[in-house]
Design a binder for this molecule. Structure first.
Ligand code: IPE
Ligand code: IPE
Ligand code: MG
Length: 235
């Protein structure tokens, strides 16, 4: 990309449109998820090449459990196969963090998640956040409960609670807020993604379905981001 372009520090990506991609091809929805997982790998590598500090992929929401068991099971096995095992985390310098409530996971998948987080925690390259069983409202409620417990136990005072302290109780603790949130598939909503963290993010919506998303689409989104005039409430 042209050197005059500012690369965002942290992009949040809502990987959407897998089901519609499969439907268009008369394929089962899980084939869309499989193609989507491949695109996830490639776009992660590209984010690394672009020099991002962090990227957050929304892979499974707290609401996605409503889907038919067959689809949920299919996504979980894909996660094991593609998003986790097949991901070349041994060779890349990424710090991998799973955002979300891990208590819903068990067995092999949970072990893999914990193992990857542990093995990559001292990496110095890009932070790769994978939001799994993630929901912002769930995240904020958990933060409130944990802060309340500490106040109750006398570990912190009520007056200590400020925006910085609150942020430290979120799954994204210590990370820069996303500069921009990208949603392919044509939908124009957040669907419970990074509500707190995206207070001042730029939103870019694209008509392409996630399984068709390419590096060139990410370039286009970054160029669009560069046209925005970010004021943060100032003049
Ligand atoms: C996103 O694609 C993947 C997940 C939510 C797990 P969808 O499965 O939501 O695809 P559409 O929106 O039905 O096309
Ligand atoms: C958001 O997509 C969740 C993920 C991409 C993981 P959905 O497809 O679940 O969102 P809605 O239902 O269209 O709002
Ligand atoms: Mg969807």
């Amino acid at each position: 990309m042209d050197g005059s372009i500012t690369i965002p520090k942290h992009i949040g990506i809502i990987m959407d449109g897998n089901g519609r991609w499969a439907k268009k091809r008369l394929l089962p929805r899980n084939m869309g998820h499989k193609k989507g997982a491949e695109v996830f790998q490639d776009i992660t590598r590209y984010c690394n090449e672009l020099g991002l500090e962090a990227v957050t992929f929304y892979a499974f929401s707290t609401e996605n459990w409503k889907r038919p068991a067959e689809e949920v099971n299919g996504i979980m096995s894909l996660l094991k196969e593609y998003l986790v095992k097949a991901f070349d985390y041994e060779k890349e310098n990424n710090r991998v963090i799973f955002l979300g409530d891990k208590s819903a996971f068990s067995g092999e998948l949970l072990d893999l998640m914990l193992d990857i987080e542990e093995k990559t925690k001292d990496r110095t390259g890009m932070t790769l956040n994978i939001a799994l069983n993630y929901g912002s409202r769930n995240e904020i409620v958990h933060a409130a409960q944990n802060i309340a417990k500490r106040v109750r136990d006398g570990q912190i005072a009520l007056e200590d609670i400020d925006e910085k302290l609150f942020s430290d109780y979120l799954y994204t603790k210590g990370q820069p807020d996303p500069d921009f949130i990208l949603r392919p598939s044509g939908e124009k909503r957040l669907s419970n993604f990074l509500l707190w963290q995206s207070a001042y993010a730029e939103f870019v919506y694209m008509d392409v379905l996630w399984p068709d998303f390419t590096r060139a689409d990410l370039d286009k989104a970054i160029i669009e981001f560069n046209k925005r005039n970010r004021r943060f409430g100032g003049v």
